[in-house]
Design a protein around this ligand. Structure first.
Ligand SMILES: Nc1ncnc2c1ncn2[C@@H]1O[C@H](COP(=O)(O)OP(=O)(O)OP(=O)(O)O)[C@@H](O)[C@H]1O
Length: 761
């Protein structure tokens, strides 16, 4: 058995190495080889193996990719010779015997060539060569060795050249480790590109592919596992000592005291136990209870404490860049380490992480991209998907791919988290995954709705002071607001309905009068300005976070506020903005402390809605709207329009206060309107026009669009998907065939044959 394996493989045996046991370097005796047999399998790649046993016996093999499973086995010189010899030991005296051998070769699908080492002269060779040619074979003589082959042969075969000088290559240990790492990476990638194994939609794996996985598993053994394990154990011990030292230091103790006061701490043991016992768990907990910053840390600390720190690798995804960065910064502060040590982050085009990073915060998009090239998330032990209620496209795609991966990675733990989620929906999606709720708030936040705000501030709403002034340049926007009052859309009708049902009996006549003039379609710059003035004049110190719909609203309100005598005074107010298109360094300014006696006011979009703690924020002003991708049926295009948010979003906005101290939230819409909001936002998958959605999936290269989407938590209508998917396939095909045609025409007109052949190939 072993010999037959060796026979398959030996053609690729291109190096034998000898190591010195008392020398850290390994001597490699490299001999190059290029076999026509090797050409049989062009996807082959050279693999430098260094299994622990190979190292200890001082031998290395460089083998064919299809042979890598056996590469760790060692072949004696006798075995090598046996294999070579068994193929040819004939005499030309008996040309019939050659005829028979060559016809056998032709019929044998497995073998590609015959190597005859019987010493022959030129005349023998010519006879055999003529015979081979007549039979449609190729023949070549290398020294005294004759080779007959099904494929054309090179002029020189170093493997058959006995006089060939051998070069000694000494590889330093460090370089050898790097090579091992690169090879492992290459093998992982090769596995992914090898076909259906990468198809996450549960397609059957062919025998070939199963073999490929096994081979790669064996390739793992190339790494010197025992040495690696010792290194990691030593690192784990160091991590434990450092963790203990920090926890026992005065600052560490203070931090630990604070962390213990968070609601999540009371559930720590239950959570860790659930994570240990289940592959998937769904966690809900009020805003600020410690999901983002504490739960991944609990797992990390537990692993470090049990001496497995260096073996664990945790990923925590966030829907936005700013929350990934804020989460990691808080995590590293709580561990008393610089950012990028044990805790790091990775967002698009930016990151802070090192080789000792074991807890990585990243955006959902980053994990999605990694999953596309590393379907098994090799090396990752825990994945936390935070703010899962947002149901952005990336998050839903992530869930589809992760769900598909779980059976292949039984050891991986998946934890889904959110303040307000439909736990049952997620639990059912993951075959009844257990759900855990973390009760309790960090600090109370008082909610004031429009009726309370009007009563409190005495502000009077009229039909004129609600028109938002977008300035001369965007006069049309101001006028559009007037026009839109005549047109009632579904939401205004819903809001009016809610308003009609509410009597507001307990409010003053002035407030009731104001409410009757409230225009739900406007953003209400003047109302926001009045609320900000009220806070600055009458309320306790603390920063204010205002939620707006987009950059246009933010910049117009900023201009208006800057012109205000109180709010525009830089000695009293520090006005900041935060928007998705701003540079990360600018976004981060919102976390900075203002000068003493200066109130910080932040105008932000919903990007500041989840997972961040701006620790001086006491007041939140919620305009109740956000820009959302919707479908413009008239123009048949997707568009971003301001829409009412969901109750879940409103709670998240409120939850930006009350994290470090008690807070107040001013919702600039009546309570009855809040109650009429949808509980959760419609998933982006169902809001996005199907053609855009299908194109997105096509660009991910995850196989059939229909199959992929059908695995979603809430899939779109399958019939509609298949129609659009078919259309896209035709369009893409047509596009490519036209592109090929154009390129061929260009190539032939320029006489460049290589381009057209190469491209078509
Ligand atoms: N940068 C920070 N400075 C001070 N305290 C912080 C900071 N970040 C977090 N905290 C504290 O940690 C608590 C937990 O924060 P964390 O972000 O983990 O909450 P969460 O449960 O994920 O909430 P949400 O779902 O609203 O993001 C906060 O309530 C706050 O008290």
């Amino acid at each position: 058995m072993r010999n037959s394996k060796a026979a398959n493989a030996i053609g690729f045996l291109i190096a034998r190495a000898k190591s010195s046991t008392n020398n850290p370097y390994f001597s490699l005796l490299l001999s190059s080889y290029s076999s026509s047999r090797a050409n049989n399998n062009l996807r082959s790649l050279l693999l430098l193996s260094s299994s622990s046993s190979a190292i200890s016996h001082g031998r290395f093999l460089i083998a064919n990719r299809s042979f890598c499973g056996y590469a760790a086995e060692q072949f004696s010189d006798d075995e090598y010779d046996d294999i070579e010899n068994h193929q040819a030991s004939s005499s030309v005296a008996n040309i019939d015997e050659w005829k028979w051998k060559l016809s056998l070769l032709l019929r044998n699908e497995k073998d590609q060539e015959i190597v005859s080492r019987d010493k022959r002269d030129r005349r023998d060779y010519e006879q055999i060569s003529n015979l081979a040619k007549r039979m449609g074979l190729y023949c070549e003589m290398y020294g005294k060795v004759v080779v007959a082959s099904k494929v054309p042969l090179p002029n020189y075969r170093p493997d058959l050249d006995d006089r060939r000088p051998q070069r000694e290559v000494v590889i330093p240990l460090g370089l050898q480790r790097r090579v091992e790492g690169l090879l492992q990476e290459h093998l992982d990638r090769a596995e992914l590109s090898s076909g259906k194994v990468t198809n996450n939609m549960g397609d059957d794996k062919s025998i070939d592919q199963v073999e490929c996985i096994n081979l790669d598993d064996n390739a793992d053994s190339f790494l010197d596992q025992s040495v690696m394990e010792k290194v990691l154990q030593r690192r784990s011990l160091r991590m434990r000592n450092m963790q203990r030292a920090w926890q026992e230091s005065p600052e560490g103790r203070k931090m630990l005291e604070f962390r213990k006061s968070l609601p999540a701490f009371r559930e720590k043991d239950r959570l860790l136990q659930a994570i240990a016992q289940n592959q998937v768990i769904v966690i809900s907990g009020e805003t600020g209870c410690g999901k983002t910053t504490q739960l991944p840390q609990y797992v990390l600390e537990a692993e470090i404490e049990s001496g497995r720190g260096a073996f664990c690798s945790i990923i925590c995804t966030q829907p936005r860049r700013i929350s990934a960065m804020a989460g990691s910064e808080r995590g590293s502060t709580e561990r008393g380490e610089p950012l990028g040590e044990t805790v790091g982050y990775k967002v698009r085009l930016e990151g802070m992480k090192g080789k000792n990073t074991h807890l990585l915060f990243c955006t959902s998009g980053i994990l999605l991209r990694r999953l596309l090239s590393d379907r098994n998330l090799n090396g990752i032990t825990h994945v936390f998907v935070d703010e899962i209620h947002e149901r952005g496209m990336n998050e839903d795609f992530l869930l589809i791919i992760l769900k598909d991966m779980l059976p292949r990675r039984r050891d991986l733990r998946l934890i889904l988290m959110s303040a307000t989620l439909n736990a049952e929906l997620f639990s059912n999606y993951f075959e009844g995954a257990p759900t855990i709720h973390i009760p309790g708030f960090t600090y109370p936040v008082r909610a004031h709705f429009l009726e309370d705000v009007l009563e409190m501030t005495g502000y009077k709403l009229t039909s004129f002071n609600q028109i938002d002034d977008y300035g001369q340049e965007k006069m049309w926007k101001t006028q559009k607001q007037l026009a839109s009052r005549k047109r009632k859309n579904q939401i205004t009708a819903l809001v009016e309905d809610a308003l009609n049902k509410s009597s507001f009996e307990n409010y003053s006549a002035r407030a009731r009068d104001s409410l009757s003039s409230w225009v739900p379609d406007c953003t209400g710059f003047n109302l926001i300005e009045a609320v900000l003035c009220h806070i600055c004049r009458k309320e306790r110190p603390g920063a204010v976070l205002v939620f707006m719909t987009g950059w246009e609203d933010i910049s117009c309100l900023r201009d208006q506020v800057k012109a205000h005598p109180l709010l525009g005074d830089p000695n009293r107010v520090l006005l900041l903005t935060c928007h998705g298109s701003m540079a990360t360094s600018e976004q981060k300014l919102i976390f900075d402390k203002p000068p003493p006696n200066v109130r910080k006011i932040i105008l932000a979009t919903n990007m500041a809605e989840a997972s961040i703690t701006i620790n001086d924020v006491v007041f939140v002003v919620d305009g109740g709207k956000a820009k959302e991708t919707t479908y413009d049926a008239l123009n048949n295009t997707p568009c971003l329009l301001p829409s009412w948010i969901s109750q879940a979003s409103a709670r998240q906005r409120r939850g930006r206060a009350g994290r470090v101290q008690p807070g107040e939230c001013y919702h600039l819409y009546p309570r009855c309107v809040f109650e009429a909001f949808a509980e959760y936002q419609l998933p982006e998958l169902l809001r996005t026009p199907l053609n855009s959605l299908c194109l997105q999936i096509k660009s991910l290269q995850v196989g059939s669009i229909g199959v992929f989407l059908s695995a979603a938590l809430q899939p779109p209508e399958p019939l509609a998907v298949s129609d659009v998917a078919q259309l896209i396939c035709i369009v893409v095909k047509n596009f490519y065939s036209r592109l090929i045609l154009v390129l061929c025409m260009m190539a032939s007109s320029s006489g460049n044959k290589r381009l057209d052949v190469g491209f078509l190939g």
